[in-house]
Design a protein around this ligand. Sequence first.
Ligand SMILES: [Zn+2]
Length: 499
Amino acid sequence: MCAPVGWGIVPTNHELRLYNSLGRRMEDFTPAAAVAGLYSCGPTVYAYPHLGNMRAYVFADTLRRVLRWKAIPVRHVVNITDVGHAVADTETGEDKMEVAAARERRSVMDIAAYYTDVFLVDTAALNILPAAEYPRASTYVEPMIEFAKKLDKDGFTYQLPSGLYFDTAKDPGYGELALMSTEGQLEAARLEHVEGRRRKTDFALWRAEEPGQRRVLRWDSPWGWGAPGWHLECSVMSMALLGQHFDLHTGGVDHRELHHVNEIAQSQAFLGDGRPWVRYWLHGEFLQLGAHKMAKSAGGAPRLADLTEAGYHPMAYRLFLLGGHYRSQLDFTTAAIDAAQATLRRLVARVQPLRPLPPVETLADARQLTEGNPAAQRLLDTIDAAAAADLGTPKILAALQDALREASLTPEGQRAVVAAADALLGLGLASLDPADLEHRRALTDLSAAEKQAIEELVADRTQARKERDWDRADQIRAELDELGVDLTDTPEGPVWQLR
Ligand SMILES: [Zn+2]
């Protein structure tokens, strides 16, 4: 509840509430120890991360920023999967890393290093706060084997020629996170057939090499040469770096039904202390491209570099994401990213005369700056309420816009509220250069020769279409696209503009 804010009244400190996927309900958040432990399932570094992948990390970053705002210290770990993740998230079959290495004719380690760098470059461009640790799965295989050995010794496993399997029948709470019923278990699991597997929900802790198929990355284990199962790494690395129990675990909503279910099963079996392994599970929704969710396997999904090459600023993409709540699906369209860039341009134009902005990270910082300024405190209270209510970024954005329009706010009040909103949004409003946000080239920027070359290509394409040479027409359209030219066919003939 919001207390009236003004002279002599201590403003409300809104209790942080988060939507816990475990139980599907809003819950008050209080960390178990002085420093909250946060683990986010990281990328499998076998291909370029696309825009949909990056949404999960902007969401985790928003959580980081809200915890900081509430003066809750946090230790954040994001893993790098460079081994063990089979194509199509299945239990058997080829490893994504090895398929990528063969495709690109490079070593698995080269592939991992290259795509890890790309991931870190993209996170930096999106102003995502760096994690404390980025552990690589391939460097934790020994502790993974020890972990699996304990499960084996305690009777949670069985062995098949294809590897060591976790026996989900031994876990009465299996599937709680996914709201999977015992009867529904068969439907909930992927339909891959694994020879000898007792239940479809049972999953590999260790994937043994198939006879005659030597893996590139291979380790010796009590269950033969092979590699760890994909789910194992997150349990082992998170416990190694955050302690056996920690506060928060995040990931994309697709992880809620399988990967995280299996992480919980094996971790709670391993710990055997009757306590929930991790208390809060938060899941970010998908980004939709047209009618399709952008999963990792969606070939050709746009990446951040595609946006920047087309003249969009990475912060326009961040703003677009924050304009939706992390638990809502978002549709990525050209119109939406155009609108985000335009909004960002307007924001920066309004913020620029207020610079320099004061340094603000926490609610307490912002409170200090707005003392004796009721109008600013009222907006601050709105921002705090929005942040505390399950990371309500759309409302924080709205409060930011209000602050810049509010006639009754002094420049000091505006500075404080803008800095407070941006501590949570991370758009870099203190320093963004308006010149970087101008992306549409004007026709007048073209030289006469450039313009003539474009006109000629458009005319050639019209001719090709008349001759029904569709391949040629498509090829010319692609060339125009490369040049940043948008072409539209109208009844009066083709019209073009620069992007
Ligand atoms: Zn994970």
